[in-house]
Design a binder for this molecule. Sequence first.
Ligand SMILES: Nc1nc2c(ncn2[C@@H]2O[C@H](COP(=O)(O)OP(=O)(O)O)[C@@H](O)[C@H]2O)c(=O)[nH]1
Ligand SMILES: [Mg+2]
Length: 312
Amino acid sequence: MTAEASQSAERVALARQISAIERRASGGRDTAAIPLHVAAMRSRVIGITGPPGAGKSTLVDALIGLYRARGCRVGVLAVDPSSPVHGGAVLGDRIRMQRHAGDAGVFIRSMGSRGRSDGLAPAVRDATRVLAAAGYDPILIETVGVGQVELGIVECSDLRMLVLAPAWGDYVQAAKAGLVDMVDLIVVNKADLPGADGLIGDLRQSVRGAQHGEVEIVRATASAGEQGIAEVEPALDRGWTRLAAGRLEARRVDAAAAELANRIIALVAHGPLEAAAAAGTTQRLAAAVCGGALSASEAAAVLYREMFGTDP
Ligand SMILES: Nc1nc2c(ncn2[C@@H]2O[C@H](COP(=O)(O)OP(=O)(O)O)[C@@H](O)[C@H]2O)c(=O)[nH]1
Ligand SMILES: [Mg+2]
């Protein structure tokens, strides 16, 4: 096989593996046992979140260019928790990154919820592991918004970036309500538009109250390509250096612990809890609560014993 042919075979295999991971996450029984290569994570994983339209995909496109110039093979997962896999927003992401579509050193994949959003974060993690095992480093994860599921996905990354743009004042409020504690870097994109300076001023105020006090705020004009992200590049490097010197290992272990808890909750929800509902037990106990025969906590304890054969 030529080098080119083996590379394209590898890409097909990667795409298949990620599809299988998605099917399993959405409850498919056909692929219960996907042999996942188990290895220590050696790739840098960068999470990019923010409101729709802030310019995340455009920024990712510029970042791909930057890391390609450094000789890195870049993996990209464009995740939209609210959309089925081939929905509009995700399609937009692909178009934004079209410049790199033919580059064998870039692997871009969209992931959506296919129904069950609770399986998405674990699926993204597994997809990240698959890309890392194939030698992609860094891996960029773009996700839309700042809801519960999206934050779960942000937690899948090592270095966390929030992208905002002028006129996204509501998200600045969200940022004040704790989001800044979750990210390492805030990129104020569309710096070519009026309002960027005001937004940066607001953000500096909120960041002053952040717990770890290490949130950098930089400006960007992602639509100008690599030249437009001149401030982002060194900030990313600094963020990575800070992380690698201290919190990286602990952060990865914390993320894996959260992942295990989520996987257990999903196993219970789609296993014993579904079985209890199917058997009518949940319904019967719920009626007893409504009728005043049991308190809700007593009913929950009964249900727990039915499910696990032991006291809670
Ligand atoms: N003026 C301006 N427009 C931008 C900039 N970056 C992205 N855009 C535009 O903003 C729109 C949304 O960009 P996109 O990357 O899809 O945003 P996403 O939804 O956050 O991924 C597109 O029309 C981009 O061309 C920028 O720096 N300046
Ligand atoms: Mg996008």
